[in-house]
Design a protein around this ligand. Structure first.
Ligand code: HEC
Length: 477
């Protein structure tokens, strides 16, 4: 093997601390800390204003200059929250309703300050890159909501003109291949949680004997109240999985629940199925995603797209039929490669004895790898343009970082400050990196195993863990 893994909770804590010293926001598990930054400013202003601070309760005159719901807050919500928090949406309440929002004001402020909302796993502050279609608020948008709360949550003018709804990117390309989950699939909670259903469906690509290229995709949920997110895994049907071919394993999994189409799949495309990429990753609120002009991800004959659909029943139920529309080309100027690597998982499969001990608040593991080792096609390129990344851990995951190392210089490739398993997706940079195949990436994962009473092993299962980084890359021009 190229490199021995290193694992120890002590020396690596130091690595992690320096690696994570990105001026990272307050620990999301302690919302009180959020008070240190933006909110304090708001509180101070209100307090020094004397009367203002109390006006909400005493009925004294409200500060006419404080933000108003309809005039100031609602436009920001329409832009950033309404993709989910509207009637019939995935989010648990309608934030376009004044009374609802007023009643939830404190929870909203906390969720914004800790950045648990809007959901977006990677740091988009600019300290470690910015991403396309980022669900990420500027500091002044967070401040606006705090100021509105401090200013007495004034209603403002219900007839204030509404801003236009955000326009979503459209799918580029002429040839669209439409896949669909089974007509009227009824999500039923599975072992992944009392309100969650991770169900996989086979998307046949039927591309005969020639490769095709995916140049973009779009996901259209049939029932937005339950369709939480989707990951499309590339699977070689004839390729070897854990026991037999991937195709036969998936067939067996599917047969195990004759009354339901598809099969349960929490970690990836199902237990024992070997996946080779995630060309499609979707969560509500973005629109279509087009890969960089002239690039496309190659799909060889015999491969299928397994649609792992995460349904959440917290706020709705009923049938769903979700469409996945792929932009397809027969050839592209530059082949894009979506390659996944996880040294933690590999060492587990090789019987390395690696495991996460129970009851550790912070257990850190680091691996590094040459970019060229992610895929032999990448190894053959002169220069590699990395246009996106995909972090992946399971439910013990807390933080994750990728550092690119080129000629001894490190640059921050990706930073996840508060991992949320529920919001898996790939993230495309606004400014891609250009590296060489011999440059490397250092990946650090941090897990919290408090409450576990036995060690956690690497693996694809629900009770196992991963430390995977996916990259989307093409040969640099
Ligand atoms: C992509 C969908 C989506 C977007 C966009 C979104 N939310 Fe949420 N929100 C959810 C879901 C789903 C939940 C339920 C809990 C969960 O699944 O995390 C939630 C829960 C919440 C909660 C409950 C407390 C919590 O943190 O779980 C608050 C408050 C909240 N959202 C506020 C907002 C605000 C304010 C915005 C916009 C600035 C926003 N959300 C944008 C999907 C979204």
């Amino acid at each position: 093997m190229v490199r021995l893994f290193r694992v120890s909770s002590i020396p690596l804590v130091a690595t992690m601390t320096s690696a994570l010293a990105l001026g990272c926001p307050a620990d999301p598990t302690e919302p009180e800390d959020g008070d240190d930054d933006a909110a304090d400013g708001a509180d101070d202003d209100a307090d020094t204003g004397g009367e203002d601070g109390d006006s909400g309760e005493t009925g004294e005159t409200l500060d006419p200059n404080a933000p108003k719901f309809f005039d100031d807050v609602l436009p920001m919500f329409i832009e950033n929250c309404s993709a989910c928090h509207i009637e019939g949406g995935l989010g648990p309440f309608n934030l376009e309703d004044y009374e609802t929002t007023k009643g939830l004001a404190e929870a909203i402020v906390v969720s914004l300050e800790t950045r648990s909302m809007p959901p977006f796993n990677v740091d988009n502050s600019g300290e470690c890159n910015t991403y396309q279609q980022a669900r990420w608020l500027d500091e002044d948008q967070i401040q606006l909501v705090s100021d509105w709360v401090d200013g007495g949550m004034q209603e403002g003018d219900p007839n204030a003109p509404l801003p236009p709804r955000p326009e979503f990117e459209e799918l580029a390309g002429e040839n669209v291949l439409e896949l669909s989950t089974p007509e009227g699939y009824l999500p039923i909670a599975d072992q992944s949680g009392p309100l969650d259903d991770y169900q996989c469906f086979l998307g046949e690509l039927n591309n005969g004997d020639a490769p095709i290229y995916i140049t973009g995709y779009e996901v259209i949920p049939g029932n937005p109240a339950v369709t939480h997110h989707m990951v499309g895994f590339l699977v070689n049907l004839e390729g070897d999985g854990a026991l037999g071919t991937n195709g036969s394993i998936m067939q067996t999994l599917d047969n195990a629940s004759p009354d339901q189409p598809g099969w349960d799949c929490f970690g990836a495309a199902g237990n024992g199925v070997r996946v080779e990429g995630t060309p499609v990753t979707w969560a509500p609120g973005g629109g279509a995603f087009n890969f960089p002009e002239g690039t496309g991800i190659r799909i060889d004959p015999g491969y299928a797209l397994v649609m792992q659909t995460h349904y959440n029943l917290a706020n709705g139920n009923g049938e769903d039929t979700t469409k996945v529309r792929l932009s397809i080309e027969d050839e592209v100027e530059r082949e894009a490669v979506n390659a996944l690597f996880d040294q933690f998982l590999i060492s587990g499969l090789q019987g390395g004895g690696l495991e996460i001990p129970p009851n550790e608040e912070s257990f850190v593991y680091t691996w590094d790898q040459r970019i060229g080792n992610f895929d032999e096609r990448i190894a053959a390129w002169d220069r590699v343009e990395i246009f996106g990344v995909l972090p992946h851990m399971h439910e013990l995951g807390r933080r994750m970082q990728a550092q690119f190392v080129s000629s001894g210089e490190e640059s921050c490739g990706m930073y996840v400050d508060r991992w949320d398993f529920e919001w898996q997706q790939g993230f495309m940079y606004e400014e891609p990196f250009v590296l060489e195949p011999n440059d490397s990436v250092v990946v650090t994962c941090e897990w919290n195993s408090m409450g576990k009473n036995s060690p956690t092993t690497p693996g694809l299962g629900t009770q196992q863990e991963m430390c995977l980084l996916g990259i989307y890359a093409a040969e640099a021009q």
